[in-house]
Write a protein that binds this ligand. Structure first.
Ligand SMILES: [Ca+2]
Length: 235
């Protein structure tokens, strides 16, 4: 079953990566992710570009634990029945010039909050309101083959991306302390052609429709996504 999931996830990843000829600012499954897997946020400034992450570990995506396709193994602590709720990730990326739109796709098990240059741009499978180091994801995705390796598409406000070096920071949250797995990957591309922008918009719209239905089933407010230009409140 797990192998089947991996194959499906791999094919999906290939489909998405191959779909855009635009310049990857962060390729899928890329190297150079800094991570902090101690389960505690030691510095409130961990999201901002100026934060010194030189003491963090680093490795290639997929990062996490509990599944066979993980390339960088993270620690969940000493107690499998009470695992750490959160892991933190950072990566610098260079925007060589200004693009018309910026588009990302994230794979996260179970939930995630994404920040670019210190500003929140997206959250997936996470509750509304302040996000703390012990905040749990809304639902477990590990047993749901359709979403475990699904890449969630989203646009990024172009005003947040500057020419030259930028920093993306992500917290990934477990749905419960006994969850068997955690996983994270993220890719960014700069879009220029109207055709690719329209294609990305279609992906985001389809994703939003699926997740609106999912949120209705979960009985939660719509925080799985936001439409471009309507970011959630930054905490
Ligand atoms: Ca999990």
């Amino acid at each position: 079953m797990k192998l089947k999931l991996c194959v499906v996830g791999f094919v999906l990843a290939l489909t998405n990566v191959g779909a855009y000829s635009a310049e990857p600012l962060i390729p899928a499954a890329s190297k150079g992710w800094k991570y902090q897997d101690r389960g505690i946020r030691t510095n409130v400034n961990w999201r901002i570009a100026a934060f010194d992450d030189s003491r963090w570990s680093n490795g290639p995506a997929l990062l996490g634990y509990g599944d066979r396709d993980i390339r960088t193994q993270l620690s969940f602590g000493d107690n499998p029945r009470n695992k750490r709720r959160v892991a933190f990730f950072r990566r610098t990326f260079v925007a060589p010039r200004q693009f018309k739109r910026y588009f990302g796709e994230i794979c996260c098990d179970d939930g995630a909050v994404v920040y670019v240059n210190g500003k929140e741009v997206q959250r997936f499978n996470m509750p509304a309101g302040p996000i703390r180091q012990n905040t749990l994801a809304l639902s477990a995705v590990g047993s749901d083959s359709e979403v475990e390796r699904k890449r969630h598409p989203f646009f990024i406000d172009p005003q947040l991306i500057q020419n030259g070096e930028n920093v993306v920071a992500v917290s990934v949250h477990q749905a419960n302390p006994t969850s068997s797995d955690l996983a994270f990957d993220l890719e960014f591309v700069g879009l220029e052609s109207e055709e690719e922008i329209a294609q990305a918009q279609t992906e985001v719209d389809q994703h939003n429709r699926v997740n609106e239905a999912r949120e209705t089933n979960l009985g939660v407010s719509p925080v799985f996504h936001f439409k471009s230009g309507d970011p959630p409140k930054t905490q």
